[in-house]
Design a protein around this ligand. Structure first.
Ligand code: URA
Length: 432
């Protein structure tokens, strides 16, 4: 393989052979191809695209750059992957719920870089919870309780880690084939045989437009099927945050409330059931309506919460200490409604920026997250409010000087108008 010739071909819009893509990825992972050539490759793909066969070859080459896990001998395995959104605590509910319905759910998840924490950060707000497990411990946790939320190690798809860092600084993140190969290589290496994707769309999402979200959803499903997995995707709205809590510990609290039947966050409850039902339906070849009933039953009868509590215990977490932690003193401020009316919109991006100002996210990978920082909304789109009624409570333990600026962001993010807004669907479309 002569890298320069591959670059010439891609620059001219030609398709590359699978064996050339495999050789390129293997050589880059070993350090035999320099970053400047790989950056040129990423830019050529951004500009010229890749066909399905090339995308699959890139995905499988990146998957095979590290360890691939095998769940033979376990119940049918499945996972859900979200492209990420504001207040997205769905994995904390869906993974134990799917496990309670008889699946093995070996979720490898990430720490967040950006406005709010990732799933691993949220789980680590539980005192003692260790998200980074050895592969042996990770297998033991799934064998015991059926699910895990373990942080991804460097052994899984190392080519993606290296290439993503390069894409991040070379303006080559927004390319559907590169995004698909990046997401899928990790999910395929994780080994789950069914993959359900939540592609979020809107102001608080990576994909801002419906057309982009649709294209990514279709490409993820096609790629997963091409690699032999069962798969479907839902494109879901992310103009408004999910649920009421945006942060880390408060999101865990909200997820626990859903699992214990104590939450009024309809969007979180309904989407959790819809995603878990698709995992169960595909993994067990079960009718979707029957899978949905099974999920509702296991959410309502406490089975999903029991799986969650056991998973936390196996990861070293202490839920009693977590409840105590939620009572710790914080610096707080309320934001109230300027006038009487109806909440017309809650801008997810503005709420996430406020949470970030308060310390809930990280700008650099070595920044520390304030687990108790965040925004707790008191309203949702459509709520009727009186003048002066609470709209949101802001909390921080590390950045009290940011409360005023965060309050301004939240005020600007929540629009109150005289008439109620129209009802919008949570699921914009399904890609089968
Ligand atoms: N998330 C990923 O894991 N990879 C991408 O390329 C984009 C989002």
């Amino acid at each position: 393989m002569i890298v320069k010739l591959l670059l010439d071909r891609k620059r001219e819009g030609q398709a590359l052979a699978a064996e050339d893509i495999r050789a390129l990825v293997a050589a880059y992972t070993k350090g035999d191809v320099p970053d400047y050539q790989m950056a040129a490759f990423a830019m050529a793909v951004c500009c010229r695209g890749m066909d399905d066969a090339e995308t699959l070859a890139l995905t499988e080459a990146m998957r095979d750059s590290g360890t691939c896990l095998d769940w033979t001998g376990f119940p049918p395995s499945a996972d859900k992957h979200s492209t990420g959104g504001v207040g997205d605590k769905l994995s904390l509910i869906i993974q134990p719920l799917a496990a309670a319905c008889g699946l093995a759910v070996p979720s490898l998840t990430g720490r967040g870089l950006g406005l709010t924490g990732g799933t691993a950060d949220k789980m680590e707000s539980i005192p003692g919870y260790v998200a980074g497990l050895s592969l042996a411990a990770y297998h033991r946790v799934v064998a015991d309780c059926g699910c895990t939320l373990t942080v991804q190690t460097g052994e899984i798809a190392p080519a993606d880690k290296k290439l993503y860092a390069l894409r991040d600084v070379t303006g080559t993140v927004p390319s559907i084939p590169l995004i698909v190969a990046s997401i899928l290589s990790k999910k395929l290496a994780e080994g789950a045989q069914t993959l359900v994707f939540d592609v979020k769309c809107g102001a608080g999402a990576f994909m801002k437009t419906r057309a982009d979200a649709q294209a990514l959803a279709a490409a993820l499903v096609k790629g997963a099927r091409g690699a032999g997995r069962k798969s479907c995707a839902l494109v879901t709205q992310m103009d408004e945050p999910l649920g009421f809590a945006v942060g880390n510990a408060n999101e865990v609290r909200e997820a626990i409330d859903v699992l214990r039947g104590r939450s009024t966050a309809r969007d979180v409850i309904d989407l959790s059931v819809e995603f878990a039902a698709r995992m169960v339906s595909l993994a067990k070849d079960m009718d979707l309506a029957a899978a949905r009933d099974l999920c509702r039953t296991n959410l309502e009868n406490g089975s999903a919460y029991a799986r969650f509590a056991r998973m936390v215990e196996l990861h070293g977490g202490d839920l009693a200490a977590f409840r105590e932690k939620l009572l710790s003193p914080v610096e707080a401020q309320m934001v109230t409604a300027p006038t009487e009316g109806h909440v017309a919109s809650v801008d997810a991006n503005g709420i996430a920026q406020a949470a970030f100002e308060l310390g809930a996210g990280r700008a650099k990978s070595d920044d520390t997250i304030d687990a108790l920082a965040g925004v707790d909304l008191c309203v949702t789109r459509g709520s009727a409010v009186a003048a002066g009624a609470p709209l949101a409570r802001l909390s921080t333990t590390t950045r009290p000087e940011k409360l005023a600026v965060a309050a301004e962001l939240v005020r600007a993010a929540i629009t109150v108008s005289p008439t109620p807004p129209t009802v919008r669907p949570l699921i914009l479309e399904e890609v089968l």
